[in-house]
Design a protein around this ligand. Structure first.
Ligand code: 4AD
Ligand code: MG
Length: 477
């Protein structure tokens, strides 16, 4: 008989049909009730077994974590807490779970503890909810772009260019590090390396996306990116996923509109598709908050924060305007910022971004037109000669979630900027070629997938919204 998923069972009306269900035991009580979960839903199905028809051995083996196959009839539940339950006619243990060694028990485990057993944490309500939401998010992103006529581009993960300057890179090599081949003058001889040159893991698919966008019109990447910075923060991973749309014949305003539409569309879809999981995470957050000092609690419940994002236009202002606000802000005047804002030109820290979003505007903010010194070489220079057409989107509780810009499409201006910033122009001939052969205005941005997942799930550490986090000192599992 075909197995019915728990999610489906829970939606069905009681009927006398024989059904088969398979899953893992979440709880077993009174020698009678098994709460069974199969990953299709945050909720469990209650199996009611008949002690008369159950052997001593079966009772001993049905521990938390064991996998079970059961058949029976779906009936209206007489107990509170569930609408339907399975009146079991027959059942068997498919896989025992060594209870003396199993680290997961039906009680609360700390997130830090669960991170150490990331191979098992999918089995908790929190991580199964996050996993389902991550799936829906990814799907919603592909759907959004597909509906708008974007093409999904697979940018390379191993790259021969290290010019973007988005962060420190991981080197990729097959050279024997104990016996590195050298050239006559003592340098590493990369001609002997696998690709015949020095290669790294990509920090971004943007430059390749620009090549494709200037022929296909609108493309997006959605892939893993790697940064070897030693950033041990709750918002940084060494391996994270990024969504990078790139659009021909678009300027900075088009870019902001696209990013705002994308974020709102994703949030809306996930609120529709993952209601139960979001409810669970909202309740979880409220519970966690009770343990925290007032100042660290979330001001609004998760669902309200998500809805608020949908209902209000993001605030758009320039970096210069933001600097004025920050300079005159009370934390700045009282010396409360770790990095005081004392002049135009300073890079914004996450404490500044969060002040703007959480205290001043109290909604998502798009900052534009940053000083060119603190931004990448490819951003389009503004008329004022000192700023570029950049945009960063800042979110409550997160800080920067999106970074992007209109691109410098003027060959001479780009070339000059690359030289000023010591970007190897010869190596980057392919990038410059787009500006030589039918250049056009274009723009794009990068959305950090885990930062987005952080916002939507209400979790507070990016290591808890990716299945297997990579960060300095950790690449287990
Ligand atoms: O601002 P970033 O560095 O921009 C780029 O890489 C551009 N090439 C994007 C583009 O224009 N196509 O990164 C974009 C986003 C950030 O806003 C942030 O959400 C996320 O990627 N991000 C990280 N997420 C997790 N861990 C890290 N170490 C991250 N670094 C950036
Ligand atoms: Mg950035």
């Amino acid at each position: 008989m075909r197995r019915t998923k728990v999610a489906e069972l829970l939606r069905m009306d009681p009927n006398d049909q024989e059904l088969v269900v398979m899953g893992w035991v979440r709880a077993f009580r009174n020698n009678r009730f098994i709460a069974l979960n199969d990953g299709s839903s945050i909720s469990n199905i209650q199996l009611v077994i008949d002690p008369e028809l159950t052997s001593e051995e079966q009772l001993r083996r049905v521990t938390v974590g064991a996998s079970v196959r059961a058949s029976g009839r779906l009936v209206a539940s007489s107990g509170s807490g569930q609408r339907v339950e399975l009146e079991v006619a027959g059942w068997e243990i498919l896989g025992d779970c060594d209870a003396s060694a199993y680290p997961l028990q039906p009680k609360k485990h700390s997130l830090e503890f669960l991170r150490q057993i990331a191979h098992l944490r999918f089995r908790t309500n929190t991580f199964s909810a996050i996993s389902r939401i991550r799936h829906s998010l990814a799907f919603a992103i592909h759907a959004f772009f597909h509906q708008r006529g974007f093409y999904y581009l697979n940018a390379p993960i191993i790259t021969g260019s290290d010019a973007e300057g988005a962060g420190e890179m991981f080197q990729v090599t097959t050279l024997d590090l104990d016996r590195v081949p050298r050239t006559e003058n003592g340098n590493v001889n990369y001609e002997k390396d696998f690709f015949g040159r020095r290669t790294h893991l990509t920090v971004s698919g943007q430059l390749e996306a620009e090549l494709a966008a200037t022929a296909l019109g609108q493309v997006y990447t959605f892939g893993p990116t790697f940064r070897a910075e030693n950033s041990n923060t709750p918002r940084h991973l060494a391996e994270f996923w990024m969504i990078e749309p790139e659009v021909a014949f678009a300027d900075l305003n088009d870019n902001m509109d696209l990013a705002e539409d994308l974020l709102k569309s994703i949030i809306r879809t996930v609120m529709e598709q993952c209601q139960e999981d979001l409810d669970f995470l909202g309740r979880r957050e409220a519970e966690e908050d009770k343990q925290k000092p007032m100042a660290e609690r979330s001001e609004f419940p998760l669902e309200e924060r998500l809805r608020f994002c949908l209902e209000h236009p993001f605030e758009r202002l320039s970096y210069s305007e933001a600097i004025d606000i920050l300079r005159n802000s009370s934390p700045n005047k009282k010396g409360k910022f770790q990095y005081p804002v004392d002049r135009w030109g300073v890079d914004l820290q996450s404490e500044h971004e969060r002040y703007l979003v959480e205290k001043h505007f109290r909604k998502p903010v798009i900052l534009t037109d940053y000083p060119k010194e603190i931004k990448a070489f490819y951003m389009r220079q503004n008329e004022d000669g000192r700023t570029v057409a950049a945009m960063d989107i800042l979110f409550p509780g997160i800080g920067e979630i999106v970074g992007g810009s209109q691109r410098e499409e003027r060959y001479d201006v780009l070339l000059q900027r690359m030289q000023e910033m010591h970007i190897p122009v010869d190596e980057m001939y392919w990038y410059l070629d787009t500006r030589r052969f039918g250049t056009c205005p274009h723009a794009g941005f990068g959305l950090g997938f885990e930062r987005l997942a952080l916002f939507i799930t209400g979790m507070t550490n990016v290591r808890d919204v990716i299945p297997f986090p990579r960060f300095p000192g950790n690449a287990e599992f």
